[in-house]
Design a protein around this ligand. Structure first.
Ligand SMILES: Cc1cc2nc3c(=O)[nH]c(=O)nc-3n(C[C@H](O)[C@H](O)[C@H](O)COP(=O)(O)OP(=O)(O)OC[C@H]3O[C@@H](n4cnc5c(N)ncnc54)[C@H](O)[C@@H]3O)c2cc1C
Length: 316
């Protein structure tokens, strides 16, 4: 018997919903006969190109975790539980999942990178030991199973063209828990595509020598209309912000081309970029592990290769 109902938590952005939400929706549609969305924000109706949207509405300057989890838990108690609730791995997604878990007294499976239907039971995949092993898991208790899913685990699908049925979801009284408000928020400035969505990602690692070499990574990324990434070593060293980090504890990227400059290829880095369509690595050590997964490897000094590539592209 196939999985009958899945709810997907869709996170709004200023111009729609996050790509990860669309990835989860695409997966849910292949797994369940009924897919419903829970979302919030002032423009759910305008964004709602998917069937069956439960709209928590404008959360009025509050963090969404408390009202959204409270409203979802109340809906489960009122209307019955779906088989599964899919939640994106993000700050708000994790907040909602944790609160929902407590309210419903149900466990959560996190760091999910795959989901399959095996005889009506959802089986999730989780990379462990830096991605060198994959653990498979499933819930055995009462539904709903709450799965927190990593970005880029599934291909996103544009929302359907069918008109959506939007149902307002009431937020129950949450007392003092829901009283915290957001005073200010800061959107990081960037030009070009975001790291998660870029078709080309150019990343730098400790082999760059010091922070003053990183602008070459940014320049090459810009010339290729891509985004600049980094290994954790140079994030920890304070050369670039955490938002640039690719890997197990950073972002997962799946660009058409990933270029790694002066990155050794530790498993914790590889797990965040090994799904790239083509990988180009530049490293002065011919035995560097990154060459084990590279489609094209250049044994060389980044201080020679990077300026040469930049010159070539500028003079094209
Ligand atoms: C729990 C945990 C989570 C982690 N999460 C992440 C993560 O999300 N992302 C991540 O990246 N790491 C992560 N790490 C760290 C990871 O294990 C590595 O330490 C890190 O990826 C190394 O970064 P690096 O390749 O830049 O540096 P190094 O390992 O020091 O490698 C530098 C490379 O540059 C080469 N090199 C040096 N000079 C030059 C030159 N002039 N020209 C060309 N090549 C040169 C060297 O040969 C070497 O291969 C995590 C570790 C742990 C324990």
């Amino acid at each position: 018997m196939p999985v009958s109902a899945i709810w997907v938590l869709c996170e709004p952005t200023s111009s729609g919903v996050t790509t990860t939400s669309l990835e989860l929706l695409a997966a849910a549609r292949t797994l369940a006969t009924r897919v419903e969305v829970v979302s919030w924000g002032p423009s759910t109706a305008a964004n709602a190109e998917v069937l069956g949207v439960h709209d928590v509405g404008d959360v009025h300057g509050r963090l969404p975790g408390v009202p959204v989890a409270a409203a979802m838990a109340a809906l489960v108690q009122r209307a019955g539980a779906p088989d599964a609730i899919l939640v994106p791995t993000s700050y708000d997604g994790r907040d909602v999942a944790a609160r929902l878990s407590v309210r419903l007294d149900r466990p959560v499976l996190t760091n999910v990178t795959g989901l399959t239907d095996e005889g009506g039971a959802l089986v999730s995949e989780h990379p462990v030991f830096g991605g060198s092993l994959t653990v498979r898991a499933r819930f055995t208790g009462e539904p709903p199973g709450i799965f927190v899913i990593r970005a880029k685990s599934f291909a996103p699908e544009p929302a359907g063209s069918t008109a959506a049925a939007v149902a307002a979801l009431e937020v129950p009284e949450t007392g003092a828990t829901g009283s915290a408000t957001v005073d200010t928020s800061h959107a990081e400035e960037r030009t070009g595509p975001s790291l998660d969505e870029a078709g080309v990602v150019v990343s730098g690692g400790r082999g760059l020598g010091d922070a003053s070499a990183y602008p070459m990574i940014e320049e090459l990324a810009s010339l290729l209309h891509g985004a600049a990434g980094a290994s954790r070593a140079i994030v920890d060293a304070g050369w670039v912000p955490y938002s640039h980090q690719v890997g197990q504890t950073g972002k997962t990227v799946k660009p058409d081309v990933y270029l790694a400059f002066g990155i050794s290829g530790a498993t914790q880095h590889l797990v965040g970029m090994k799904g790239s369509r083509a990988i180009v690595a530049v490293n002065k050590d011919r035995d560097a592990p990154i060459f084990g997964i590279a489609d094209l490897g250049i044994v060389g000094d980044v201080h020679r290769v990077l300026p040469a590539l930049i010159d070539l592209l500028k003079n094209r």
